[in-house]
Write a protein that binds this ligand. Structure first.
Ligand SMILES: [Fe+2]
Ligand SMILES: [Fe+2]
Length: 330
């Protein structure tokens, strides 16, 4: 249903394999969520020159002479295979699927989303590269609507949007706005923030585990001035007031485990590196995170395991030991 916020209630998909069935029946309040970000998987090679008559020209040149060589399709394919082998209940992608957000790239990214799973199994939010310049929403990221929490085409103002999976609520935000050349900032805007405030209160009332998905990392110091979330202060003020249980983001192309301190509780924050970059640095090589969320009466346990790309073995392996967070009874 669509009301103040776009609200999709998740039921077990008929397309899920039967291998999920015993786990869901025995532990119906457990969710395994896979998180990847910044695949930058598309190629603007066939872009029309008239589409470059704005900031996109700089982005195109940056891609052609620099970023093209950093983001590898084979690494992303290995990451997707690794996620599939773990059979998560849901996959979330926190933005920057494209290079300069052209219509052709958005179509290409949609085809890739289809290979990940159905809209019931996969959710996506946009990043700054996906809204690189002013363009027709319906022809660009609007084609991702089924994967953007079921937002209706033409209703791009509907963030925040919610995807409920049992007792877990995935809350998608959009920080993707066109910016000036050489800037990669993001903004939520007052309208989205005020709706988020009410939404978090409603979901807390229902005792749901609230996971916020946002492209730009909100923790102070995470991003440079040029790449920051411009209204991070207002966002943190909403969290101070309403709280949430988990924040996931991308954008930094950097693995990050942090927390937001509020008066009532610390909120775990996880950022993941680009899903298509191969480096020898564990902080920047392609990584995805697995979050297992278990409900125990009125308390929760979160277990996080990172899986990172090993360039020598061309495969993903556990990065460190699992991190466990226990939430007090509400
Ligand atoms: Fe990115
Ligand atoms: Fe980004």
């Amino acid at each position: 249903m669509c009301c103040n916020v776009c609200h999709v209630r998740y039921e077990r998909s008929q397309t899920q394999s039967d291998s999920h069935l015993p786990r869901l029946l025995n532990k119906p309040l457990t969710l395994q969520l896979a998180h990847l970000s910044d695949p930058h998987l598309t190629s603007p090679d066939r872009v029309r020159w008239r589409e470059l008559a704005n900031k996109r020209l700089l982005g195109y040149l940056s891609w052609k002479y620099r970023r093209k060589h950093k983001h590898r399709a084979d690494v992303l394919a290995a990451l997707v295979r690794d996620i599939a082998s773990r059979k998560p209940d849901h996959i979330t992608v926190t933005g920057d699927l494209t290079q300069i957000g052209t219509a052709m790239e958005c179509d290409e990214a949609y085809s890739w989303l289809e290979t990940l799973g159905s809209p019931d199994q996969v959710s996506v939010i946009p990043g700054n590269h996906d809204v690189y310049a002013e363009d027709d929403w319906m022809r660009t990221i609007g084609v991702w609507s089924p994967y953007m929490f079921g937002i209706e085409p033409g209703t791009e103002q509907l963030f925040p949007a919610v995807h409920e999976h049992g007792s877990v609520a995935l809350i998608g935000l959009s920080t993707a706005v066109p910016t000036a050349p050489f800037m990669a900032t993001g903004s939520l805007g007052e309208r989205q923030l005020s709706r988020l405030d009410g939404l978090l209160a409603d979901l807390a009332e229902r005792n749901l585990f609230r996971v916020i998905l946002i492209h730009h990392g909100p923790v102070p110091g995470t991003n440079s001035f040029r790449r920051r979330l411009t209204d991070a202060g207002r966002f943190l003020a909403v969290l101070e007031q309403r709280g949430c249980e988990l924040v996931l983001h991308g954008h930094g192309h950097h693995n990050l485990r942090d927390r937001i301190e509020t008066a009532s509780a610390d909120i775990p924050v996880f950022g993941v590196s680009s899903a298509s970059m191969a480096t020898n640095n564990p902080e920047t090589t392609a990584t995805w995170n697995s979050y297992t969320i278990e409900q125990r009466d009125r308390s929760w346990r979160l277990t996080v395991q990172s899986r990172s790309y090993n360039p020598d073995r061309h495969e993903f392996t556990d990065a460190g030991t699992p991190l466990q967070v226990d939430f007090p009874e509400s």
